[in-house]
Design a binder for this molecule. Sequence first.
Ligand code: PXP
Length: 246
Amino acid sequence: MSARLRLGVNIDHVATIRNARGGAHPDPVRAAQIAAQAGADGITLHIREDRRHVRESDLLRLASVTRLPINLEMACAEEMLAIALSVRPHAVCLVPERRAERTTEGGLDAAGQHNHVAPFVRALSDAGVRVSLFVDPDPKQIEAAASLGAPVVELHTGAYCEAYGSEEGERLLEAIRACAALGAAKGIEVHAGHGLSFENVSPIAAIPEIRELNIGHFLVGEAVFTGLEAAVREMRRLMDAARAGA
Ligand code: PXP
């Protein structure tokens, strides 16, 4: 049987709601603690240049209370590198970032930006941080991740999720499967994330080479209706069922 699939819960959008009023509620660190109780294996957060959701103080508070590994998503920028090196989370996922985008729209161009990305992979690895590259499901990007020496890739599932239920969705699922197999064959640990929901998670969770999913927006949205604990437990159940071939 394939290895257990880990769930990283992304708490960014708890902070988005908090920031809408500028106060302290709802607290993303409290959300992380509830996610941990509900079966999350890690906590993911993305400090963006414009601090539209979480900020350094959230990361520091999280690091001081959580027993779970922290996965910090960040752009290849000196400011973010300094934050990561001061906190040394378990993992850093390098993502592309454009100020105007609503979310992370495409993967990092690890192939085209090799020389820009390489020093970040090196500095973080030297500090003992596990580096992941958030890339589109394109073999060229997996090859680039291997040549950069990144131990992990996270496959961008956003386009698959948007096309879910269509022929294009099937084609994108096949591309994700092929890249997961290629990554594993190259000794890279494969993760996936972006846009995953109760509806579209099962085919991704069933891919045996994928070891971790990072999920945020849907869980925080669902929490409005059912509570975060129930939302995380249901996602965990669907992931486990897909993994078991149910
Ligand atoms: N993985 C990465 C690298 C991301 O940038 C994001 C969005 O911050 C996610 C996973 C989670 O995506 P979503 O919030 O759509 O579940």
